[in-house]
Design a protein around this ligand. Structure first.
Ligand code: SAM
Ligand code: DTB
Ligand code: SF4
Length: 326
């Protein structure tokens, strides 16, 4: 980012301004997003992270989209915590395939103190390989966030998921303010914040704007903003919800790029249901990070060979591991 660009970063967006961006003609919106993208990033470079579930299923939360909630019968086999050595083996394989960050997710409502030593050991092990680390473990207390930071954790993922207004339709077992409190602990501890949400959950455009409003008016924007397209899973309450128009998904990426020009915008879950052209337009609109590897947490993701082919066709490069300032 050039120093002359920093004045383009605003934190005082209004919901009306954000809705007006969504209303722009598609070409105008993409032109604006792409122009800004070039001011802040190399437009032909994408950061790739690999995701692994370290504790799967039987989560006490009732998130309506999630296959791992104990409230829904999705037929998912629940698993105990995976042995550290097996996770480090996967991390090594991810590094060999070109991932620069390894993200570990647990189906927990919150991190329990009894599991802190385990996650600290994982962070150290992955860091020793020279990869960046990210974790998503549910709610964190202030002291836990500090411990994770001291262990060397680079990013903590904790999504707001949707607008404040629509949140109660999706999750009833925790509040929007619970989420914001954990995000504050992560920020205060000095870790990079990875925070975004899901679109295609039956919300309207006002809610998509509302989610981006919450992120873009934070005192410091999240360094990484995952925009997930709902992966519809059989047995979840959101199975069968009307699919989101792919142009509306691309618009959401473009608006995120305009609102948070210096942040990585991650084209996150849902790529398995997108064609190459949709993904390419997302990259043009400002997405510059993806999950790489054939599985997300529990659902399929495009095979890495397929992603590499698409990157080659588009002349895209993956970000080298030295670029860790994000
Ligand atoms: N339990 C922790 C939490 O909720 O923060 C961490 C794991 S949770 C699975 C991480 C994120 O995955 C959620 O916040 C949600 O945004 C995303 N996610 C879960 N299920 C999804 C689905 N079916 N489609 C798209 N994104 C999903
Ligand atoms: C995020 O925003 N998306 C990822 C990651 N953060 C942890 C998770 C997507 C999960 C998709 C459903 C599944 O595979 O279980
Ligand atoms: Fe649990 Fe996270 Fe899934 Fe919600 S999104 S049910 S908290 S694993």
């Amino acid at each position: 980012m050039s120093t002359s660009s920093t004045h383009l970063i605003r934190h005082d967006w209004t919901i009306e301004e954000i809705e007006a961006l969504f209303e722009l003609p598609f070409n105008d919106l993409l032109f604006r997003a792409h122009t800004l993208h070039r001011e802040f990033f190399d437009p032909n470079t994408v950061q790739v992270s690999t995701l692994m579930s370290i504790k799967t299923g039987s989560c006490p939360e009732d998130c309506a989209y999630c296959p791992q909630s104990a409230h829904h019968d999705t037929g998912l086999e629940k698993e105990k915590l995976i042995a550290i050595e097996n996770i480090l083996k996967e991390a090594r394989a991810a590094k060999e395939k070109g991932a620069s960050r390894f993200c570990m997710g647990a189906a927990w409502r919150n991190l329990n103190d009894r599991d802190v030593d385990y996650v600290v050991e994982l962070v150290s092990g992955v860091k020793e390989m020279g990869m960046e680390t990210c974790m998503t473990l549910g709610m964190l207390k202030e002291d836990q966030a500090k411990t994770l930071k001291e262990a060397g954790l680079d990013y903590y993922n904790h999504n707001l998921d949707t607008s404040r207004d629509y949140y109660g339709d999706i999750i009833t077992t925790r509040t929007y303010d619970d989420r914001l409190e954990t995000l504050k602990h992560v920020r205060d501890a000095g870790m990079n914040v990875c925070c975004g949400g899901i679109v295609g959950m039956g919300e309207d455009r006002h809610d998509r704007a509302g989610l981006l409003y919450e992120l873009a008016t934070m005192e410091k924007h999240p360094e990484s903003v995952p925009i997930n397209l709902l992966v519809q899973v059989e047995g979840t309450p959101l199975e069968g919800v009307d699919a989101l128009d792919s142009f509306e998904f691309i618009r959401s990426i473009a608006v995120a790029r305009i609102l948070m020009p210096a942040s990585y915008v991650r084209l996150s879950a849902g790529r398995e249901d997108m064609n190459d052209e949709t993904q390419s337009l997302c990259f043009f609109a400002g997405a510059n990070s993806i999950f790489y590897g054939e599985k997300l947490l529990t659902t399929p993701n495009p095979e890495s060979g397929k992603d590499m082919q698409l990157f080659a066709r588009l002349g895209l490069q993956t970000e080298s591991m030295s670029c860790s300032e994000a």
